[in-house]
Design a protein around this ligand. Structure first.
Ligand SMILES: Nc1nc2c(ncn2[C@@H]2O[C@H](COP(=O)(O)OP(=O)(O)OP(=O)(O)O)[C@@H](O)[C@H]2O)c(=O)[nH]1
Ligand SMILES: [Mg+2]
Length: 212
């Protein structure tokens, strides 16, 4: 499958983006969604050949959704712009769509703070037990057919988006596959979520709304 768009939601990722864009698989198109960056994110992305759209409504889900709407390919992938994930892992996820409706990455490695790892463990256990999903992570990186994703109507526009997508996929009877992907500390810039107490509080609140 070569008709694939890689959606990269970005809020101030100018420092990490060059490394991310350099590793986009051959034939895949990079679509950077600039979410109110105050740094050089849009210029850096454009100068490296990525398509850039701007989404003024804040939130991870808001940025991702704007990218899905704007993409024109049959398949879309989503990964972070902070250098913590490797775009070279995406073809394996895309290949898994031969037998699945949604392929998500289980992040391996990295050095997430303890509270983030604990939160992931508890939430993914809930996804396994309540929603019968074969996951051990929250689907932070994924590949999916674009139209099917749009039809699922994920409505969360903040950090609950990946979790709500998994819940809705389960309710819709989708086949979901989880594959290992590499994970490392962000390569530049400032953590907006797990690195700060405030970010973690917002994320947990968003997650709780989805899973309750
Ligand atoms: N948190 C957050 N991320 C956004 C937003 N808009 C775009 N993003 C991007 O979404 C991606 C995922 O962000 P996170 O990994 O959740 O946030 P982070 O700042 O990297 O935090 P940690 O991974 O916890 O260190 C990154 O590429 C962000 O730049 C937003 O409104 N909030
Ligand atoms: Mg990150």
């Amino acid at each position: 499958m070569s008709d694939v768009t890689v959606i990269i939601p970005c809020m101030n990722e100018a420092g990490s983006l060059p490394g991310v864009l350099a590793r986009i698989p051959d034939g895949y198109r990079a679509l950077v969604v600039d979410n109110n960056s105050t740094d050089d994110t849009a210029n850096v992305a454009e100068s490296l050949g990525a398509t850039v759209i701007r989404e003024p409504v804040p939130g991870y889900g808001s940025a991702v959704h704007a990218g899905v709407v704007a993409a024109e390919s049959e398949v879309v992938c989503v990964l972070d712009g902070d250098g913590s994930m490797d775009p070279q892992d995406l073809p394996l996820l895309v290949a898994a769509l031969d037998d699945a409706d949604l392929a998500v990455g289980r992040r391996r490695g990295g050095n997430s703070p303890l509270h983030a790892r604990l939160g992931n463990a508890v939430l993914s256990m809930r996804l396994r037990t309540k929603y019968s999903l074969p996951v051990h992570d929250l689907g932070a990186v994924r590949a999916v057919r674009r139209q099917a994703l749009l039809d699922l109507n994920v409505s969360d526009r903040r950090s609950g988006y990946p979790l709500q997508l998994l819940v809705l996929a389960s309710k819709a009877g989708w086949t979901v596959t989880e594959l290992d992907v590499s994970y490392s500390p962000r390569t530049a810039g400032v953590s907006k979520v797990s690195g700060s107490v405030g970010g973690t509080v917002v994320a947990v609140r968003d997650f709780w709304k989805v899973l309750k």
